[in-house]
Design a protein around this ligand. Structure first.
Ligand code: BEZ
Length: 211
């Protein structure tokens, strides 16, 4: 069965551009973003990897480690890394898994045979410090992902965990948030002593708590 939200992210050992790693040990107490690339030396993947490297300060701020995967050999990853630095202006600063035998790709359901049995789709898994999967995304090979959106979801998840708030449609950092329905009126008074705007009993809006 496909991996679902709330499942424990499967553990694995793999060779990467940063050396061999044991996934859960490597994650430690961080959040993780594991994302797959259909193939080395392809244009969309090249732009995604360069952009993700540029986002490293944003990932660090949120205690997130990024890790990519491509079903090619480690030696090929090394050659491609030079191209990424040359064309995108940023060197890879996170590990890229070499998965030529599809071990990790199959573990995470990144091969969708009716799309291709040779290349992965563009999967994203956001994993929390308890190793639980908190977001899954699947994009087609020809569409680059929006990594700003992935950061936005991580911000939302971290706000929910820390403050029991949810984020409304198209929410952006600094905008109002919503008290989660499971919080009773009594508990809300303790959690949000400054008060909130009750549009409906189930729609209670409050300023975004400061992280
Ligand atoms: C790419 O990564 O650029 C790509 C991969 C497969 C199909 C189309 C584009």
């Amino acid at each position: 069965m496909a991996l679902q939200l709330g499942d424990i992210a499967p553990d694995f050992e793999a060779d990467t551009t940063a050396g061999p790693l044991h996934f859960h040990d490597w994650l430690g107490s961080s959040w993780g973003v594991l994302f797959s690339h259909p193939k080395n030396y392809t244009p969309v993947c090249t732009t995604e990897l360069g952009y993700t490297a540029k986002l490293k300060p944003e990932f660090d701020k949120r205690n997130v480690k990024a890790i990519g995967l491509s079903v090619d050999k480690l030696a090929d990853h090394e050659g491609w890394s030079h191209d990424i630095e040359e064309t995108q202006g940023t060197a890879l600063n996170f590990p890229l898994i070499a998965d030529p035998d599809f071990k990790v790709a199959n573990l995470y359901g990144m091969i969708h045979p009716n799309a291709s049995d040779r290349f992965t789709v563009r999967s994203v898994f956001v994993i929390d410090p308890n190793k639980k999967i908190r977001l899954t995304l699947t994009y087609p090979a020809s569409t680059g992902r929006n990594f700003d959106e992935i950061l936005r979801v991580i911000d939302s998840l971290q706000l929910t965990d820390q403050y029991k708030v949810a984020t409304p449609v198209n929410w952006k950092q600094g905008e109002d948030v919503i008290i989660v329905p499971a919080v009773t009126g009594e508990d809300a008074k303790k959690l949000f002593p400054q008060g909130w705007k009750e549009i409906k009993p189930y729609l209670r809006v409050v300023a975004q708590p400061k992280g």
